[in-house]
Write a protein that binds this ligand. Structure first.
Ligand code: GUN
Ligand code: ZN
Length: 565
């Protein structure tokens, strides 16, 4: 009827019947009806689980929703099915319901029952609900957040892994003269000025809008509200492409204290978020406030440092971050002095302790912090530095106490080359990569490490951008012999192995298994079923995504064995 050329999704009336009284249709009728009008994605007649419901009531209604979903899957034909994950505010029920939805033949995963949470500004609980649902859902299917329509929540929702949104709030708000902005909702009667340049508002003054006939005004406000949503979604997409969505979400969560609660709550789900966080990206990360420390990169850095770092000396000299990076350039003279005296320079940074040899790895050098540090960040980095120092060094001095007459010899490049390798690949792999006669190729232009050569074999190259390595075929062969599978491996089928060895990318369906500890953008070894290296490259997705995606690139292959002499 609408002659709309795009994809059409319809809802089942669950929410309307829940809010405005029983509608006497069955799930079966509702699915048939959606099929008959040519819907692309139809929705099951799920049972809306209210946040105030008891656990028993919630659990019972989930069973009904699951039964109806099964029924819908059996009769779906060519239509795709929205299988709604419910579960009120009970995180275990949410995850369990989501997992059972993931096992069914549904196509899209909406998260339902969240409208009351959003209406009541209970964003903190919304975070728990979305994350616990996401844990159970199939990562290969899109996730829809039912009823999310305020521009303020979109960045956070996308950060948590929601892909699709719907809401009638732009129109409902317009009926009450409420205008949505990125920093909240304002009543027309309370506003001092309009100052909006969206196409709906720009030719109107606030006085004119107020005096307008109600119906006309409602249309303008509804359009205004839609423009706000549209603009914000466009911005979210831009930040996703730039790999900076955390930054946008943090900025948006300052619009309302309840949103700030949500952001702070998200820190408690860090281990889940970390799985999806790329190991590195282009461009610097920006600090937006104390909550930035809740991003997974911070915890990941500290835990890798504690697990994988081996100091070159027993003594540490502590330096303070003065804002200039990389530290080894900014404080070159003082670092050299400390090293001659037998100390390892360690900088107390907003990330915590940074040994001089790791100061160029992402995100240490590729991050921008304000010069005036906040107390939380300071306390945090001091306590993690104390822990690090105690664990790794026998003696520590302040950089000012280092005496000048040291004569210790050291090779800063080799210390860095090994430290970065341990940080990136772990200690066992590094032992295999750095053995026998070692040589480093240093860039004459920048003075940076370019290649690592071990016993005449080129095993690693260092990237200037993120200070991390790309793995060469001969390096990969060594790791495969030294560290048992599945470490760093993505194993492909016999069908795919020859193409991959010629340099073709690895597509998800051809992956037999892969190391669950690998993160997006990490260096990997593509192996065949005999555990022989067929290529090296970079992981594009998470292990869970690779397991469930039916298409798409899993590993971007740099060099197959075929093209490498
Ligand atoms: N719209 C808003 N919330 C819901 C929900 O929980 N289920 C369905 N089907 N539609 C909704
Ligand atoms: Zn406007």
């Amino acid at each position: 009827m609408l002659d709309f050329p795009g994809i059409i999704m319809t809802d089942s009336g669950t929410f309307q019947s829940h809010m405005y009284g029983e509608v006497s249709v069955t799930n079966e009728q509702m699915i048939e009806f959606q099929k008959s009008i040519g819907t692309d994605i139809g929705t099951v007649l799920d049972i809306f689980t209210e946040p105030y419901w008891t656990k028993e009531q919630t659990a019972q209604s989930i069973e009904v929703t699951l039964e109806r979903t099964k029924e819908a899957c059996d009769m779906k034909g060519d239509m795709m099915i929205n299988g709604v994950a419910q579960g009120s505010v009970y995180q275990d029920l949410r995850e369990d319901c989501a997992r059972r939805m993931a096992d069914m033949d549904v196509d899209v995963h909406p998260i339902g029952g969240v409208v009351p949470l959003m209406e009541q500004y209970r964003y903190l609980e919304l975070v728990d609900v979305v994350i616990s649902s996401k844990k159970g859902l199939n990562p290969g299917r899109p996730v829809h957040l039912f009823g999310a329509g305020h521009p303020m929540v979109l960045a956070l929702a996308v950060l948590m892994g929601c892909d699709l949104f719907d809401s009638a709030s732009y129109a409902k708000f317009a009926r009450d003269d409420r205008m949505m902005f990125i920093d909240g909702t304002y009543r027309l009667q309370d506003m001092q000025s309009l100052d909006c340049s969206c196409p709906a508002c720009r030719s109107h003054t606030i006085e004119a809008l107020r005096k307008m006939e109600r119906n006309d005004r409602m249309k303008i406000i509804a359009r205004h509200n839609l423009y706000q949503i549209k603009d914000e979604l466009a911005l979210v997409k831009r930040y996703v492409r730039e790999g900076r969505l955390w930054e946008l979400a943090e900025m948006r969560c300052r619009a309302h204290p309840a949103m700030l609660d949500a952001l702070r709550r998200l820190e408690e789900h860090q281990s889940f978020m970390e799985r999806y966080d790329p190991i590195s990206r282009d461009g610097a990360m920006f600090y937006t406030g104390a909550e930035t420390r809740g991003r997974p990169v911070f915890e990941r850095y500290i835990s890798r440092l504690m697990d994988r770092y081996i100091p070159a000396t027993e003594k540490a000299a502590l330096f303070y971050d003065e804002g200039n990076k990389p530290y080894s350039k900014a404080m070159a003279g003082d670092f050299a002095k400390a090293r001659r005296a037998g100390y390892t320079p360690v900088v107390i940074s907003p990330f915590g302790p940074v040994p001089a040899e790791l100061d160029e790895v992402y995100p240490i050098a590729q991050s921008v912090f304000p010069k005036m540090e906040d107390v939380d960040t300071m306390l945090d980095s001091e306590s993690s530095t104390a822990r690090f120092i105690q664990c790794k060094f026998k003696e520590t001095v302040n950089c000012k106490e280092v005496t000048d007459d040291g004569t210790e010899e050291y090779d800063a490049d080799m210390i860095r080359a090994k430290a970065v390798s341990r940080y990136q690949f772990g200690i066992d792999a590094t032992n295999a990569l750095f053995r026998g006669n070692m040589e480093l190729v240093i860039s004459r232009k920048t003075g940076k490490i370019r290649n690592v050569i071990s016993d005449g074999e080129h095993v690693l190259s260092m990237r200037a951008g993120d200070g991390l390595y790309t793995l060469k075929k001969s390096g990969a062969d060594r790791i495969v012999s030294a560290v048992p599978a599945p470490f760093m491996r993505v194993m492909v089928t016999d069908d795919a192995a020859p193409c991959v060895s010629e340099g073709r990318n690895v597509f998800c369906p051809f992956v037999i298994e892969c190391d669950g500890e690998l993160r997006p953008m990490e260096e990997v070894m593509v192996t065949n079923i005999k555990d022989e290296v067929v290529a090296t490259g970079r992981m594009i997705l998470t292990a869970d995504e690779i397991r469930s995606f039916k298409r798409g690139v899993a590993v971007k292959v740099r060099s197959g064995t075929g093209d490498e002499a």
